[in-house]
Design a protein around this ligand. Structure first.
Ligand code: ADP
Ligand code: MG
Length: 376
């Protein structure tokens, strides 16, 4: 459904998915005076437990989706693996952003890379592998070392393997269940950065600063803002993200991950049609948060100012750290803690994060790391 006019506070907005991203969307929406609905099959989901209304149903449940459409004036999603068919069904009777089409692009590594290339962004050399017979040609395209990745449903480094020979590609492809994969040339990365932006249905865009991301075991560990890259590269990353959003006629919050190579080339890695872990720094360090931006763009309001108020470092808190000595966390008064309300701490599970604001990224890093050491 098209958005006919701005959706103002007092209205009801919905989110598909009840994880931490959905929870922070709910907090932002409620802060701005909206009523909230969460659809998630888990009765204890982080977002469902704090929303005005929790529809406890699967993402393909017709009755649940119908209830969502009936209750809400607009609906968004917190994860990209929501079935596009569900977004299409919702869109028959309620405004949905991002669209099923945009989510379908971001769900799939070949589609997102092709789209990025068409919009003028550079990707690493890659090839699709649909069956074992595609492997020989794919290997010619990428050389070794390469990374084999599931085309869909991978996250946090899951569903991917570094490969060094044709035999290894075959072995891993079969281990992955012989489902569609991409083989990517492995790059020598100097840095990894990401950019998030908000774009509304009227085409108004606001882009946030560039974050520099460090991963440990495939999971984001820290994001530092501003990123330690040249002004030229910062502007380029922001412009490329906007070009991509405009090309897709994207509505909502869009994240674009880039690699920075040794010779300062900016290479598109992947996109996420939603708020992102690497932009949690916006909860404390920018004028508008990424979740407020999600509400604003969904509701057709002007995207908020993305200006950075202070240098900041975000540190993820995974379940491995539990139980945490909170006294040590609160010993630092420049630290802002965010926990997601998850009862069970499992290794690798994202339980929360903290942001440290300081006069420089170096100082913020120093504090962030010293606290992390205290609780590790
Ligand atoms: P996920 O969906 O798990 O985030 P990514 O494609 O972003 O998958 O890959 C996870 C991480 O693996 C990246 O952040 C990067 O550190 C590393 N990586 C992925 N692809 C490449 C590549 N082509 N060259 C070098 N490193 C890569
Ligand atoms: Mg990634």
């Amino acid at each position: 459904m098209k958005q006919s006019s701005m959706i103002f506070p007092g209205s009801t907005v919905g989110v598909l998915g009840g994880g931490q991203l959905g929870r922070m969307f709910v907090v932002a929406a409620r802060t701005m005076g909206y009523k909230t609905v969460v659809l998630d099959p888990d009765k204890n989901s982080p977002a469902g437990t704090i929303a005005d209304h929790h529809i406890c149903a699967g993402y393909e449940d017709d009755a649940g989706l119908q209830q969502m459409a009936d209750l809400c004036e607009a609906v968004t999603t917190e994860f990209e693996n929501v079935p596009a068919a569900s977004l299409r069904k919702l869109a028959e009777s309620v405004f949905v952003a991002p669209s099923a089409e945009a989510v379908e692009i971001a769900q799939h590594r070949d589609r997102e890379k092709s789209y990025a290339r068409e919009a003028g962004l550079e990707t690493t050399a890659y090839a699709n592998i649909l069956s074992v017979s595609d492997i020989a040609l794919a290997v010619e395209t990428t050389g070794f070392p390469a990374i084999l990745k599931l085309s869909a449903l991978g996250y946090d480094g899951k569903g991917q393997a570094i490969v060094n020979s044709t035999e290894e590609v075959t072995e891993k492809f079969e281990e992955f269940g012989s489902v569609e994969c991409v083989l990517e040339k492995m790059l020598n990365l100097k840095q990894e950065v990401s950019v998030i932006l908000g774009r509304n249905a009227q085409g108004e865009v606001s882009v946030f600063p560039v974050a520099e991301n460090v991963h440990v075991n495939g999971i984001l560990h820290t994001s530092t803002v501003p990123a330690n890259i040249t002004d030229e590269l910062t502007t380029k990353a922001q412009q490329q993200a906007m070009a991509l959003a405009n090309a897709m006629n994207y509505v909502g919050v869009l994240t674009v991950e880039f690699f920075v190579t040794g010779d300062d080339q900016l290479i598109f890695n992947e996109m996420a049609p939603r708020p992102h872990n690497s932009s949690h720094y916006t909860l404390d360090a920018t004028t508008t948060t990424q979740f407020e931006q999600q509400v604003r763009t969904l509701c057709g309001l002007q995207p908020g100012d993305g200006r950075l108020i202070s240098p900041v470092v975000m540190v993820n808190l995974l379940g491995d750290l539990w139980p945490v000595n909170w006294g040590k966390v609160f010993s630092e008064n420049a630290l802002k803690l965010h926990l997601y309300g998850k009862e069970e701490a499992r290794p690798g599970r994202k339980m929360g994060h903290y942001n440290v604001l300081a006069e420089s990224t170096e100082k913020a890093k120093e504090i962030a790391e010293s606290v992390f050491k205290l609780i590790s």
